[in-house]
Ligand binder design. Structure first.
Ligand code: G3I
Length: 403
């Protein structure tokens, strides 16, 4: 059994002077239920503040610790164009992660821009990079209302939409099955199909998002998409992926759980669910304990779970010492909560270094005001230096959960 350590964690004071202490627990579990004193070398290796925790350390030094050193699957969203722009980007990814998700390259508008005309150039660039660096790939995403090629929106009638959806899924899943066997291990088959809205004039709430797929095929498009993917490659893992569904309660979480439960009951070939986890630095919305509760109910359905797109925006609190340490805590608690469940297959961050984040597109705003801080939501800084957040992930991957 993998040794597990417990760790104490305290935020001392508030504001810019905040410090974080991560003290080690006294015990390590080394065998079936046996508690023994933790060896000192384990204590200094994972859960202790020390001089190596500087974000300015040379990160590309191959002797530096890496997230991928743990036994867990840990990934990042990667953009193909950045690999060509900046060698340090690819070097960091290859050194640190054992899984990647194409950030945009497998989306419909990129991969099938015209009916039946597939362009795998950028997506294959990423899958080749992954294969060459011993990484796995999460395919993202087959059926989504957003970043659709415009021609799909113009289709009329269920037959046309079904035909386009079927060809799209079959072609992409077969391409990776045949050309990169064993590399693309999972697909987000359907992305963000839940959007709870109140019915007008007392009508029942609507839980499905309006999309060309839902309008033409009804909610059954979800089951159909999974079945087509499974029939094309029975070995690839098939996920439903969404945001704002991490809590165990609330209308959207409930809507998704009911929908997924229905798929499982109906025998639809779904392997798991992805929780995107675009979140903030406080342990809320949901807190880690409630996230664990939510994971448990999906695990009870026999499904796998993943954190698929985690980032921790510092807009609300600022990219300062307090924010950075709370961010570290948040990363640690969520990653720990996922891997505490045997159902948790992987955790992925939505980007590598802060300047790459999609959150920079909008910056930090409050109403009409643009705030004088940045989201800084990821684990590496502008120079690919490891942030405090990196240590939060690293400690979690190595069995150290902050208390
Ligand atoms: O493709 C155009 C390009 O032709 C143009 O020159 C360029 C100019 O800005 O824009 C390009 O499109 C951008 C696209 O990413 C591809 O790079 C869009 O402006 C930009 O808005 C788009 O953002 C992506 C966003 O999804 C779109 O919804 C982000 O990079 C990507 O990180 C984000 O990822 C999503 C997940 O797929 C699903 N879950 C939520 C997550 C965050 O929104």
């Amino acid at each position: 059994m993998k040794p597990r350590r417990s760790a104490g964690f305290a935020v001392l004071g508030l504001g810019m002077s905040a410090l974080v202490a991560c003290s080690n627990g006294d015990d390590v579990e080394v065998g079936a239920g046996t508690l023994q004193p933790a060896p000192p070398e384990l204590l200094s290796y994972s859960c202790q503040e020390d001089a190596t925790r500087s974000s300015s350390q040379a990160e590309l030094d191959s002797s530096a610790p890496a997230l991928r050193d743990s036994t867990h699957n840990v990934g990042a969203a990667v953009a193909a164009f950045r690999l060509d722009e900046d060698p340090a980007y690819g070097q960091t990814i290859a050194a640190q992660f054992n899984q990647l998700t194409p950030e945009n390259e497998m989306k419909w508008e990129a991969i099938e821009p015209e009916p039946g005309v597939f362009d795998f150039t950028a997506a294959d660039r990423l899958v080749t990079f992954a294969r060459d660096n011993g990484m796995k790939v999460r395919g993202h995403t087959l059926v989504w209302h957003s970043q659709l090629a415009p021609w799909v929106e113009e289709l009329v009638g269920p037959d046309a939409v079904r035909e386009a959806m079927t060809r799209h899924i079959q072609t992409i899943v077969a391409h990776y099955r045949d050309n990169f066997p064993g590399v693309v291990v999972a697909f987000d088959v359907v992305n963000e199909a839940i959007n709870v809205t109140q019915g007008a004039m007392g009508a029942a709430p609507q839980i499905y998002r309006d999309s060309i797929f839902y309008r033409e095929l009804g909610e059954g498009f979800i089951a159909e998409a999974f079945q087509i993917a499974h029939d094309t490659d029975p070995d690839v893992l098939l996920f439903y992926n969404d945001f704002g569904v991490e809590a165990s309660t609330g209308a959207k979480s409930t809507g998704m759980f009911d929908m997924v439960s229905g798929l499982v009951s109906a025998g639809v070939p779904i392997n798991g669910v992805g929780f995107q986890m675009h979140t903030g630095p406080l342990d809320q919305g949901p807190n880690a304990a409630d996230f664990a509760t939510n994971i448990a109910r999906y695990a009870a359905l026999g499904l796998e779970v993943e954190v698929t797109e985690m980032d921790v925006s510092l807009c609300a609190i600022g990219d300062n010492l307090l924010g950075q340490e709370l961010q570290r805590y948040r990363y640690n608690r969520i990653v720990s909560a996922c891997f505490a469940s045997p159902a948790c297959r992987s955790v992925s961050l939505w980007g590598v270094a802060d300047p790459n984040s999609w959150l920079n597109d909008n910056g930090c705003t409050q109403g009409m005001l643009t705030l004088d801080t940045l989201p800084a939501p990821l684990a590496f800084d502008d120079a690919y230096g490891r942030k405090a957040a990196w240590w939060g992930v690293y400690d979690a991957l190595n069995g150290c959960t902050y208390q």
